[in-house]
Design a protein around this ligand. Structure first.
Ligand code: HEM
Length: 180
């Protein structure tokens, strides 16, 4: 049994902040592309999605660094090996897919020559050349990567709820979102 009962406070805080933001960013991304939306509503959703997505990118990078730098609580010894491996594989794939989503979204917008209001206000350069072909590739990646991301999020939530109901202490590794 590990002496660490929880993930570090910062890791837990970032986990729940990223969770809430991702669960908002996906439906906003889908809704903003629907036909028949009022122009002003669509603009607002795009602004929320693009700028929220950039904040998510920064938080996910920070999260990965924080997670690597701080110790993780061990899973209970009685948990079958396949479950431990599945948990690890799901978590790594979630990090990877969040990075792929956020980076492809960023490239799609920058290569397409569109604004990212928050970054533009601070004069942050685009880093990506203007290119319709690149924008189109990034758009395709962004559109397809959401399916495995949504599937893994669903799996991750079901597994988390299973641990919560089983009261085996695993859910408490990542809960509460703040504090020691
Ligand atoms: C983890 C972060 C992100 C998630 C989970 C996410 C999710 C999504 C989803 C589900 C869609 C709808 C895709 C479709 O129906 O084809 C979408 C579209 C879009 N997203 Fe994101 N997104 C993220 C980050 C970003 C970022 C950082 C930007 C730009 C700065 C961005 C820009 C866009 C744009 C422009 C579209 C419309 C694509 C098109 O032209 O069809 N996204 N996003």
């Amino acid at each position: 049994m590990s002496e660490h009962k929880h993930y570090a406070g910062m890791t837990r805080f970032l986990h729940w902040t990223v969770a809430v933001m991702v669960l908002a960013t996906i439906p906003i991304g889908v809704i903003m592309l629907q036909e028949g939306l009022a122009r002003s509503t669509q603009n607002l959703l795009f602004i929320l999605h693009k700028n929220g997505g950039v904040i998510l990118l920064l938080l996910v990078v920070l999260r990965i660094l924080w997670r690597l730098a701080t110790p993780a609580p061990a899973l209970p010894a009685h948990l079958p090996l396949w479950q431990k491996r599945a948990a690890k594989a799901t978590q790594i794939s979630l990090y990877a897919l969040l990075l792929i989503m956020a980076i492809s979204g960023y490239i799609r917008v920058r290569a397409g020559g569109f604004p990212i209001e928050m970054l533009d206000a601070f004069g942050v350069p685009g880093f990506v050349p203007r290119s319709d072909a690149l924008a189109e590739t990034a758009k395709t990646i962004h559109a397809y990567a959401r399916f495995p991301l949504a599937a893994l999020i669903a799996l991750h939530i079901v597994a988390g709820l299973k641990h919560l109901l089983a009261k085996d202490g695993v859910f408490q590794h990542i809960w509460p979102p703040m504090g020691r």
